[in-house]
Unconditional design. Structure first.
Length: 404
């Protein structure tokens, strides 16, 4: 296997939750050496989702593969000094605290650059580095609402819905990854390191560029359309005899679509004569189509619609997605780690990224504390044990670490 593009790049990841750690995972997938720093209680995402032994919850597992892990009580001076020593050896520092927290810990960008002037410093925040909301707590559950996404998701004439994933966190993590890559490309000998500032708010607003631009150009607020396409009809989800499908019919496909379904009368109905008419009479058209589509299986309809080149797909649940032939061909699901530390993994979609089956499992809390403090900080086992005993750092028991 050829060398990964970020081989030789060192990253210190102070991120917790999803956004910051996801950026760190994407960097690790491309060969960077990523060391995750956690408080002694652990990253709070360890307890989210279906938790396994040792606090390896599903959310934590999903965004922390390929990293080594140390646990430091950054409230204590000695722990902060260890973090400063590690940062001085790194190309990139990631953090996702509220603005000002890292400065108070002595780990801010200017403080760390005294020892490493070319350090790239990436901050992922909720609202940005300045402004009226910078000190407010932020998470995807509120950011989808604040950032406007919920206002366009949900049934027509119904309440606003939240998308069932941490959209702003994942977007911010990807944007942070892109920002770090650009900063690495811009590095020049003797020049100071660059700042990368990413926020959940900026990420979720930019994500909505098409509908937001439509609003900015027209002054008209978009309406919630449920599963219907806002500009085309028929579109959306429809029941079949054994499961729902989604479809979108373009205007030029309308006559052939009606002919295939045996609905010539609908094609000649003036209520559905043009795209504009069909949009105005969506509900009446839906009643007609549902009566026909419910008479055959979803696979049968998918086959017939694909023969007409109509956009269509089954609405898969996760079990169906996992067993899908194309998904299996793309090898999107795999395994990482080994033995007791073996977990499911979702492959990095970037071409050339490391295979999930070859990645190291997310670290257990303090799994690599002894190793990192010895090799990177030059501390003896006696000193490390004293730090553990005083609660400055934590580490897995020696016998368990050796067994792993």
């Amino acid at each position: 296997m050829s060398q990964l593009p970020l081989t030789g790049i060192r990253v210190l990841d102070f991120g917790q939750g999803v956004a910051g750690p996801y950026c760190g995972q994407l960097l690790a997938d491309q060969g960077a050496e990523v060391t995750k720093v956690e408080p002694l209680r652990g990253d709070w995402s360890r307890s989210m989702g279906v938790a396994g032994e040792g606090g390896q919850g599903a959310v934590f597992v999903s965004v922390n593969r390929g990293k080594s892990g140390v646990a430091l009580d950054l409230r204590q001076r000695e722990a902060r000094e260890i973090a400063q020593t590690l940062a001085a050896q790194c190309d990139v520092v990631l953090e996702s605290f509220r603005p000002g927290v890292m400065d108070k810990l002595g780990l801010g960008r200017e403080q760390l650059r005294r020892a490493r002037p070319d350090l790239i410093y990436c901050s992922v925040t909720g609202f940005g580095s300045s402004g009226p909301n910078v000190h407010l707590p932020a998470g995807d559950s509120t950011m989808q609402a604040y950032g406007g996404l919920m206002s366009i998701v949900g049934p027509r004439d119904g309440e606003a819905f939240r998308v069932g994933n941490v959209v702003s966190d994942m977007l911010a993590g990807m944007n942070a990854f892109s920002g770090v890559l650009l900063a690495l490309l811009q590095r020049r000998p003797g020049e100071p390191g660059r700042d990368v500032d990413i926020s959940l708010l900026d990420s979720i607003v930019a994500f909505q560029a098409p509908p937001l631009t439509e609003y900015l150009m027209t002054g008209q607020l978009p309406e919630r359309m449920g599963n219907d396409h806002p500009l085309l009809s028929p579109s959306g989800s429809f029941p079949t005899a054994d499961g729902p499908i989604t479809l979108t019919v373009f205007d030029h496909q309308w006559p052939a679509f009606c002919d295939s379904l045996g609905l010539q009368a609908i094609a000649e109905d003036p209520r559905f004569a043009t795209s504009a008419h069909r949009q105005r009479n969506r509900d009446a058209l839906r009643v007609q189509l549902e009566a026909v589509l419910s008479t055959a299986s979803r696979d049968e309809w998918i086959g017939r619609l694909r023969n007409m080149d109509v956009l269509c797909a089954p609405i898969n649940d996760y079990a169906q997605l996992r067993g899908d032939a194309q998904v299996r061909h793309n090898k999107l699901f795999g395994q990482m780690g080994a033995g007791d530390d073996r977990y499911p993994s979702i492959r990095n979609p970037t071409l050339g990224a490391s295979c999930s089956d070859g990645a190291a499992a997310p670290p257990r809390l303090g799994q690599h504390t002894r190793e990192v403090l010895a090799l990177r900080c030059g501390l003896s086992e006696e000193v490390i044990q004293q730090l553990i005993d005083r609660g400055v750092v934590s580490a897995v028991p020696v016998q368990k670490e050796q067994h792993a």
